[in-house]
Design a protein around this ligand. Structure first.
Ligand SMILES: Nc1ncnc2c1ncn2[C@@H]1O[C@H](COP(=O)(O)OP(=O)(O)OP(=O)(O)O)[C@@H](O)[C@H]1O
Ligand SMILES: O=P(O)(O)OC[C@H]1O[C@H](OP(=O)(O)OP(=O)(O)O)[C@H](O)[C@@H]1O
Ligand SMILES: [Mg+2]
Length: 284
């Protein structure tokens, strides 16, 4: 019995999807142009597909699970469960108009022509804002539409904004924020559900470790209470005596952001030789 996963064949999510599986200890040998492969050390079969097709495959049960952008899941309106956000493929679906467009608010889109690859999401967005506009569905190179007279506005994915900039457009409304998600079939067999739970356990351990660091520092014993008070730790920090009398080594776990917030206080409290090292997996 194997769990069947669909991932993007090529494009924005391909590499990060494979990297995630690898970080979960799953080895897949994906030869060039191979559209189906198996993991060597986990009961997993991998299908490489166009991202647009992934929700349908999952709804039909051809694939049990898949890695796909939340934007595609919402657009396709297939019956799938989003079981885990994955933290990559972060982007937003935004309305944009030509730089010279004197945009003052959403009402300016009334009766305009909007080019997009996301007609369902855009249609819902316009409806909920009481705007009636003409949606032109195109499957790619959406940013070209205003420049060639096909549309007055576009709605497409943005991350750095450089594609909009290069095409003389400006972002005016955020319709949706998206990231890659793990989506699953509604009615998985118990054996597949067990395998999915096993995979989710690994994914969560990898995700928790991502922003978390292991910190080691030396502290004079008379400052220990103050320094420990600054550190969160999984349960509480570990304190070990140093070979030099009167000093201890303090170990703890904290998020990278927290570290930058407390580093000054740690130093001011007398901490020395502070080391911050990455954590690969984390199970709480
Ligand atoms: N600029 C971006 N930054 C981050 N994530 C993005 C960006 N553009 C797209 N994405 C995310 O990656 C997904 C795949 O994007 P990509 O551009 O590779 O799709 P595609 O061209 O439709 O690919 P396919 O050939 O599989 O149909 C998108 O649905 C979105 O969730
Ligand atoms: O804001 P930016 O960082 O410029 O990213 C936005 C661009 O990225 C995506 O396309 P992609 O580059 O994946 O190519 P595609 O059109 O072939 O899918 C999206 O469709 C935008 O065109
Ligand atoms: Mg696509």
């Amino acid at each position: 019995m194997k769990l069947k996963i669909a991932i993007q064949k090529s494009g924005r999510l391909h590499e990060d999807s494979i990297k995630l599986l690898k970080e979960c200890g799953i080895d897949i040998n994906n030869g060039v142009n191979k559209l189906k492969t198996e993991a060597s050390n986990f009961p997993l079969e991998v299908f490489f597909l166009r991202d647009d097709d992934i929700p349908q495959y999952i709804e039909d049960g051809v694939a049990d699970i898949g890695i796909v952008g939340e934007n595609v899941v919402l657009e396709k309106q297939k019956q799938v469960n989003i079981v885990q956000k994955l933290g990559f493929g972060k982007c937003r679906l935004s309305m944009a108009v030509e730089k010279s467009f004197d945009y003052t608010g959403i009402q300016d889109l009334h009766n305009k022509r909007i080019a997009t690859s996301y007609p369902v999401i855009v249609g819902d967005f316009l409806k909920s804002n009481g705007i009636s506009a003409e949606i032109h569905e195109i499957s790619g190179s959406v940013e070209i539409a205003p420049g060639i007279g096909l549309a007055d506005a576009i709605c497409d994915l943005v991350s750095s904004g450089s594609t909009l900039f290069m095409n003389g457009l400006k972002e005016v409304e955020t319709v949706l924020k998206s990231e890659a998600v793990l989506a699953a079939c509604h009615d998985l067999q118990p054996a597949q559900q067990q395998l999915l739970d096993k995979l989710l356990f690994r994914i969560q351990a990898v995700r928790k470790a991502k922003n978390t660091k292991y910190i080691l520092l030396n502290a004079p014993n008379d400052k220990l209470t103050e320094i420990i008070g600054l550190l969160p730790g999984m349960k509480s920090p570990t304190v070990l005596p140093l070979a030099e009398a009167g000093w201890s080594s303090v170990h703890s776990v904290l998020s990278e952001n927290e570290f930058w917030d407390i580093i000054e206080s740690l130093k001011a409290a007398g901490a020395q030789g502070i080391l911050v090292v990455p954590i690969e997996k984390m199970v709480i």
